[in-house]
Ligand binder design. Structure first.
Ligand SMILES: Cc1cc2nc3c(=O)[nH]c(=O)nc-3n(C[C@H](O)[C@H](O)[C@H](O)COP(=O)(O)OP(=O)(O)OC[C@H]3O[C@@H](n4cnc5c(N)ncnc54)[C@H](O)[C@@H]3O)c2cc1C
Length: 360
């Protein structure tokens, strides 16, 4: 249930609080709902009333593929979820063609199991509907989490501070027995911990500088099957982008040009088509097929070309500072691997659970 009234959040029950309602936050909530009387998810965005991408997850415009392991985990957490995706218009992939072109040649597969491919927005929509239906999970939307609250002894995290999105003056404290940061790539976790006096492990960065450029094409059902799922690998030495195509709901082919190392793919329609023609290692088949489809102008060609890097903060190895997963492991005697297996590998999820152990 989405509420925007703060009074209900201040409950006198065991409460887990999750920052961010992306896929990591939603799945963490689903798992924690088995262990906490009350799970509260705080999200910066207002949730769309219909299935559509939202500002807090800008990567959702670009091709996303859920790996089979992710599907298994989601089906375990939300039985019937694949059927629901198909009912919502997701493209049924069983028996359909998937091709991978890399420097060694072409590999063609026919997908053996029932599964659906769909936009990232539909995937998140379905998961959020299932999570919203759980009686002990509530959402606060349009709220920015702006910091963590430490308990008076300074030995654990006891809640968060938030304010209405866009406001600068107010600050409201919300208590929790467990706080999970699932706020994704814009997480301010390190800063918030430093503000409380905790030592934070040094950061390891891998700079990929990926660039994605994405266009949507309307296609007939026959054309959807003829193109199928297709990945043509990038050729970095030749400075050629790769392309990923996924058939999704509403008879749409989701087409993304991608490259790494700071060479960003074209973002205008002409350049996009030229690049497709240049990198087409299927003897011109791809460019010809896309000409049969109708390039959509809405959404316009979306780009993702920030100087991107992956960040690792190794809390587990740190000799001081908050212990990752400490509370879940200690309280429920669950080994970290089991918790991680349940929550993490579904996407390349990034999340941190922390409590206790303030640096002296
Ligand atoms: C271009 C691109 C393509 C990708 N393709 C794939 C793919 O094919 N397959 C795959 O598995 N992965 C892919 N990934 C990675 C995948 O998108 C991410 O790993 C995944 O989205 C992370 O999910 P998340 O829930 O941790 O974070 P996010 O999806 O980033 O969600 C974070 C949420 O937290 C909210 N939030 C942030 N700060 C605050 C705050 N202070 N207060 C309240 N709320 C806040 C945001 O609004 C958002 O809703 C891709 C990534 C990119 C950039």
């Amino acid at each position: 249930m989405v509420r925007n009234d703060l009074n209900f959040a201040q409950k006198d029950t065991k409460q887990a609080l999750i920052i961010g309602a992306g896929i990591a936050g939603l799945l963490a909530a689903r798992v924690l709902s088995n262990y906490y009387e009350n799970v509260l998810i705080v999200e910066r965005d207002v949730f769309p009333e219909h299935m559509e991408a939202r500002a807090g997850v800008p990567q959702a415009f670009h091709v996303h593929r859920l790996l089979p392991r992710g599907k298994m985990i989601l089906e375990g957490l939300f039985p019937g979820y694949v059927d629901e995706l198909i009912a919502a218009g997701g493209y049924q992939v069983q028996g359909k063609m998937a091709r991978l072109v890399n420097p060694n040649g072409l590999n063609t597969l026919y997908q053996p199991e029932k599964d659906a491919s769909c936009s990232r927005a539909l995937l998140e929509w379905e998961i959020r509907q299932r999570v919203q239906a759980l009686p002990n999970i509530s959402f606060l939307s349009n709220k920015d989490v702006i910091g963590l609250q430490g308990d008076p002894d300074g030995d654990r995290i006891s809640g968060i501070y938030l304010r209405e999105h866009g406001q600068l003056d107010e600050r409201t404290a919300v208590s929790a027995d467990l706080v999970v940061d699932a706020s994704g790539r814009t997480s301010k976790l390190s800063q918030w911990l430093r503000d409380l006096g905790y030592a934070v492990p040094s950061e390891a960065q891998v700079k990929a500088n990926i660039g994605y450029s994405t266009r949507y094409y309307k296609a007939s059902p026959e054309l959807m099957d003829t193109v199928g799922t297709l990945v043509i690998d990038e050729l970095p030495l030749e400075k050629k982008s790769g392309v990923g195509i996924i058939p999704i709901e509403n008879n749409t082919l989701w087409v993304t040009l991608f490259s790494t190392g700071g060479k960003y793919p074209s973002t205008d329609a002409k350049g996009f088509e030229q690049e497709i023609a240049q990198l087409d290692r299927l003897g011109g088949e791809l460019a010809a097929r896309l000409k049969e489809a109708e390039a959509l102008t809405l959404p316009p060609i979306a780009i993702f070309n920030a100087p991107t890097f992956s960040l690792l903060l190794d809390f587990e190895a740190a000799s001081e500072g908050p212990q990752v997963l400490h509370e879940l492991v200690e309280r429920y005697q669950l080994p970290p691997a089991e918790i991680l297996e349940k929550i993490v590998p579904t996407f390349s999820l990034q999340f941190d659970v922390f409590s206790r152990n303030k640096a002296s």
